[in-house]
Design a protein around this ligand. Structure first.
Ligand code: SF4
Length: 678
């Protein structure tokens, strides 16, 4: 009997070890653990699965490898624990080491596995909102990431707090695109937009155009920069129809300086698709209302579609940009790689459920009455979405600025904040209170597979030194307790939520530093592709003009002007080449380029000016810049035929300055001007 209890203790200890990777393995203590551990039924373990390969690796590393498995593999691992346990007569340390000997690679995320993850987090059958703060790397169940803004007993109060806060700050940054919502109820509920009043239709179409324009400009660009561009654009192209009729050059010139020029060309293409009447496949100048239709248009992704559907049409659709990702990963306490599909899908799902909850909050419809129905349209979804973004842009700041958690209207539902309070408490900066008084819950089957193992933290070491055994027992007890006490705890949580105490500035420093660990991005291991190209600034002697070239209408830097360039073969390393080889290459480029403008014979003086490195989103480019002066005056004069002049022409310095050029090419041009003493 004693031996059976000891074995149970070792098995249970090893189960906990799977989740607690910051705790050094230690000997089982059957006396101290027996009361809790005797409740664990070994029949939970499946003995049919056996390890096939064993590699001896250190306990910590192994724990890490095992921890990376999905919840479906946790069962397999516990089976191995049993196999080990029945053959091991030593301490739990040896069990853990043997257990850890079979690292299992994390399976690739599939639609089904992501759906399972979402179900585990959001559709938990027992009441939510009761998992205590337990910042990763501590063990926590997947349900820990169910937003407290949805599941806390006072969730509605906190959602309202964010809306109220946004109402109070929405005009402070004076964004011209923020306007009162036009009630689209008759419009959205109508089966055909043709039956809607014309003035409402025009007002909604205009609003949709403005929201689309502002959201497109705001991608990767600061609000303060966008405001001037937005006003200038609307003055020149006030409607979707005027954009559709504009020349590509005008569109690009209005965008000049904003960068990412493909946004402008796609916006232009979109207007040309949307403006024709429905019988010609268009939308009569009015953007469609649904996300499904919106994402089929050029330049509209999931985020922009959500913004148009919610801000313009009042539909309960999420919009998740970088700011919202930061706010929600902190609110949900998700420490997984924010670039991973799983984490992004969980964030989108949380955003979707939140905006739906906010839309329903504005009605008297009970939970039961919502089943199978779409939330009604109103200004609430758009206000909520913009509120989340505003919070991310002005309060929930990334490091090193640090979030202003003291000003946050939803800090009571923020996992990262709660975790920070817990760390500050451990450091003695916050008095023991509501946060630390709760027990940690560990549900092995539902253990989180999203959060990785971050670096060791001081607080964890302290805790490891002082309370490992006690904690393990508490974890297992809490696992069983939660089913019995969740109702009581929810009431207690509701009362505790009203605690007004504010942490000291020293404590807040610790808290906000912790919050800055979210969102987590796994360091990139993939190296960007590297390319080299030759950029040749050709000046003709007759009038000192330079030859410039227009890029194709599609692809990278579409429709932009540049100095003639030539991509070098991948196996040619320019800086390792001889002077003769470089000159030959320049002459070869010159020959091809000048032929296109009708110059067949020339002499030149050339000079290498330097290299401009430039990084695009998907590759790095080294641009080797050369200046070439053509010297045989008589033979240099042709500017090419009419058709060619649109793609290549001789331009003055002032004209070049006025053309749309990519930022990297502009730097090359600066180098040329510098070499000429301009
Ligand atoms: S409490 Fe702090 S970290 Fe959490 S959402 Fe608010 S500002 Fe962001």
């Amino acid at each position: 009997m004693v031996e059976t209890r000891r074995r149970s203790a070792r098995i249970a200890d090893a189960k906990i070890e799977l989740l607690d990777h910051h705790t050094a393995p230690e000997s089982a203590d059957s006396d101290s653990n027996s009361s809790a551990l005797s409740d664990i039924d070994e029949s939970d373990f499946d003995s049919d699965v056996r390890p096939t390969k064993r590699q001896k690796i250190a306990g910590g590393q192994a724990s890490r490898a095992v921890r990376k498995t999905r919840s479906t593999t946790v069962k397999t691992v516990t089976t191995r624990t049993k196999v080990s346990a029945t053959t091991t007569t030593s301490t739990s340390t040896s069990i853990t080491t043997t257990l850890a000997a079979t690292p299992i690679a994390k399976p690739k995320a599939t639609a089904a596995s992501i759906q399972a993850l979402v179900t585990q987090i959001f559709d938990c059958p027992f009441p939510q909102g009761n998992e205590p703060p337990c910042h990763p790397p501590h063990p926590h169940p997947l349900t820990y990431h169910n937003p407290l803004l949805l599941s806390s007993p006072t969730a509605r109060k906190h959602r309202d707090a964010l809306l109220t806060w946004f109402d109070s700050v929405s005009s402070s940054r004076q964004m011209p695109w923020r306007k009162p919502w036009i009630d689209t109820t008759p419009f959205v509920s109508s089966s055909s937009s043709a039956t809607c009043p014309q003035d409402l239709k025009e007002a909604v179409a205009q609003r949709a155009y403005e929201v689309l324009l502002s959201e497109t400009m705001l991608q990767q660009t600061r609000v303060s920069t966008v405001i001037a561009y937005y006003n200038k654009w609307l003055a020149a192209l006030p409607t979707m129809q005027s954009l559709a009729a504009a020349q590509p050059e005008e569109v690009l010139s209005l965008w000049k300086g904003l960068g990412y020029y493909s946004r402008a060309t796609r916006l232009h293409a979109l207007a040309q698709l949307v403006c024709p009447p429905p019988e010609e496949g268009g939308y009569d100048g009015l953007l469609p209302q649904t996300v499904d239709k919106l994402v089929q248009l050029p330049g509209i992704g999931r985020y922009t579609a959500g913004a148009v559907a919610s801000i313009v049409y009042g539909c309960a659709e999420p919009m998740v940009d970088g700011n919202v990702i930061r706010v929600l990963t902190r609110q949900l306490g998700i420490r997984g790689d924010v670039k991973s599909k799983e984490v992004l899908e969980v964030v989108w799902e949380a955003a979707k459920r939140l905006v739906e909850a906010v839309a329903w909050d504005g009605t008297d419809v009970t939970e039961d009455g919502r089943e199978g129905k779409e939330p009604p349209v109103s200004d609430r979804p758009g206000t909520w979405g913009q509120g989340l973004m505003e919070l991310g842009a002005t309060v929930c700041l990334p490091g090193p600025a640090k979030p202003k958690c003291g000003q946050c209207p939803v800090k009571d539902t923020c996992r990262a904040y709660q975790e920070g309070v817990k760390i500050a408490t451990q450091k003695g900066l916050v008095p023991e209170g509501k946060v630390t008084a709760r027990k940690r819950v560990v549900d092995i089957e539902d253990s989180c597979t999203l959060c990785p193992l971050p670096e060791a933290e001081e607080s964890d070491k302290q805790e490891s030194d002082t309370g490992t055994k006690k904690r393990k027992q508490g974890e297992v007890s809490a696992f069983f307790d939660k089913f019995k006490t969740s109702g009581t705890r929810r009431k207690k949580d509701a009362a505790e939520d009203s605690d007004p105490a504010e942490p000291s500035s020293a404590a807040m420093e610790v808290i906000t530093s912790h919050c800055c660990k979210y969102p987590y991005t796994k360091p990139k291991t993939k190296k960007l592709r590297e390319e080299e190209c030759l950029v040749v600034a050709i000046r003709r002697p007759s009038d000192g003009r330079y030859l410039i070239h227009k890029r194709p209408a599609k692809g990278l830097l579409a429709g932009m002007w540049e100095l003639p360039s030539h991509t070098l073969p991948a196996d040619l390393k320019w800086n390792d080449g001889s002077a003769a080889m470089k000159k030959d290459k320049v002459r070869m480029v010159l020959k091809d380029v000048l032929k296109e403008v009708g110059v067949s014979s020339w002499r030149e003086k050339e000079a290498e000016l330097g290299t401009v490195p430039w990084t695009f989103s998907h590759f790095k480019l080294a641009m080797h810049v050369w200046a070439v002066d053509l010297v045989k005056r008589d033979e240099v004069g042709s500017e090419g035929g009419e058709g060619n002049a649109k793609m290549k022409r001789w331009a003055t310095i002032e004209e070049i300055e006025g053309e749309n050029m990519g930022t990297g090419m502009k730097k090359c041009w600066e180098l040329v001007k510098e070499s000429r003493g301009r």
